[in-house]
Write a protein that binds this ligand. Structure first.
Ligand code: SAM
Ligand code: SF4
Ligand code: F3S
Length: 418
């Protein structure tokens, strides 16, 4: 009889969110969370395949599980490529699709459940003040390097009423920050409700909370969204707008559909309409055939846009994708070099941007406590702030507080509670 469970989650916010629905299903079956993997009757691994390093982590875990010789039952789920499913399935008791979550209880020999959309399952949030809410799943874009359209399949938008209800419930229970999630939130569509319309509906929900969303695809980033971000006051002035490369030829090979000129135009409009907007991006270095000259275009873009943050990835060749057919011809040494160059630029531009906040009094959502009663939080612009006073007060966690910014550093700010 299964009594306890332990979930290991790899990957993006979408997987973290899925694990919250898995938690809910397991708890409803009467299972209790075990902090230690070794002591759990059921171990769930929610995996990511975006880069080979993420898959290798699961292989590492398989070796660990084998060496521990546990009696636990094991489930593998998440984003899995066909070839890994074949190789890995013998090491797990079950390989289950997250989309079939409503039927997992049957697979585990518990009561039979009626098959229904897994996103209709009420999640058990791991964090009550910053809540992840998926608005869609899957992806239709087939960027040449990316596994997501193969692991999460076709794009499906959730009914807007379900999303609004989920946000209302979360806000009622104290959520201060709502993350709307999807691989390309800009292409959300439920009947007449487009993404800007959905933002408007959520903005009308009473309460003091911030709306964030990720990811956005530049090809679908319309003026109407910029206008909505400006007028809906709950929308936080922070945006992750993945560029992937600063070179038009590489963008074309990546099947990204936009040009760097289109991208810059969006950023210009955003900065004009929402002057305090903070920007981050995703970029891949060393995509097949990327020359030094083409990489230089990414360097130039980074210097021009002055990002606040960037998620820089070294290209990883993935089975099933279009780019798998191309030779992975940029050496790892060169990829590391390019990654370092971009990191240095972002460190500089982020520092410059951060300095602008010195002297300002701003709202900070407290989200973690370090040793010695030091507190950290985020501003609306998604800047990390360290509170300089040491405070012993458990109630601070998840609270919105006023902070005077006193210092800026490369990756964040420092300030005093006022
Ligand atoms: N939907 C989002 C978008 O359009 O940007 C991103 C989703 S993807 C799961 C997250 C990030 O992983 C991407 O933005 C990309 O930079 C990176 N990534 C995806 N495939 C990759 C690969 N094969 N090698 C290296 N990085 C990759
Ligand atoms: Fe992957 Fe492109 Fe879809 Fe993003 S938009 S999930 S990068 S295929
Ligand atoms: Fe996310 Fe990884 Fe899947 S980044 S969508 S968990 S492949």
């Amino acid at each position: 009889m299964l009594k306890t469970y332990h979930i290991i989650t790899y990957g993006c916010q979408m997987n973290i969110s899925d694990s919250e629905r898995i938690t809910s299903v397991l708890e409803n079956l009467g299972l209790k969370k075990s902090q230690k993997m070794k002591e759990a009757d059921l171990i769930v691994i929610n995996m990511c395949s975006v880069r080979q390093s993420a898959v290798d982590r699961v292989y590492g875990l398989i070796i660990k599980l084998q060496s521990l010789n546990l009696k636990s039952q094991t489930i593998l789920t998440g984003c899995i490529l066909k070839k890994d499913k074949k190789k890995m399935s013998s090491f797990f008791n079950y390989v289950l699709d997250i989309k079939d979550l409503s039927c997992w209880s049957k697979a585990l020999n518990f009561k039979k459940e009626i098959k229904r959309d897994y996103l209709k399952i009420t999640p058990r949030y791991s964090n009550s003040f910053s809540v992840n809410i998926p608005i869609m799943t899957g992806c239709n874009n087939f960027c040449a390097y990316c596994v997501v359209p193969y692991t999460r399949n076709k794009e499906i938008s959730r009914p807007s009423n379900d999303i609004v209800k989920e946000v209302e419930n979360a806000v009622e229970k104290g959520a201060k920050e709502i993350w709307l999630l999807g691989q390309n939130v800009n292409s959300y569509k439920d009947g007449k409700t487009t993404f800007p319309k959905l933002l408007e509906k959520i903005n009308k929900i009473p309460g003091d909370f911030w709306i964030r969303f990720t990811s956005s695809h530049p090809k679908d980033f319309k003026d109407s969204l910029i206008k909505t971000m400006k007028t809906c006051k709950k929308t936080a002035p922070y945006l992750n707008l993945p560029v992937q490369s600063g070179d038009n030829e590489i963008l074309k090979k990546m099947n990204r559909i936009y040009t760097i000129e289109d991208y810059k135009e969006i950023v210009e409009k955003l900065k004009k309409e929402i002057p305090n907007i903070a920007l981050s991006t995703d970029v891949i270095v060393g995509f097949p055939t990327e020359t030094k000259k083409q990489f230089q275009n990414t360097v130039n873009l980074f210097k021009e846009i002055k990002y606040d943050m960037a998620y820089i990835s070294k290209y990883s060749r993935r089975a099933q994708t279009e780019a798998f057919k191309l030779k992975d011809d940029v050496s790892i040494k060169e990829k590391i070099k390019r990654e370092r160059i971009l990191n240095k630029i972002v460190a500089k531009t982020a520092f410059e941007n951060n300095r602008k906040y010195i002297g300002e009094i701003t709202d900070v959502l407290i989200d973690s406590e370090t040793k010695n009663n030091s507190w950290l939080g985020k501003t609306k612009e998604y800047k990390t702030v360290k509170i300089s006073q040491k405070i012993k007060n458990e109630k601070l966690m998840g609270e919105l507080v006023k902070v005077k910014i006193t210092k800026a550093s490369l990756w964040g700010l420092k300030g005093e509670l006022v």
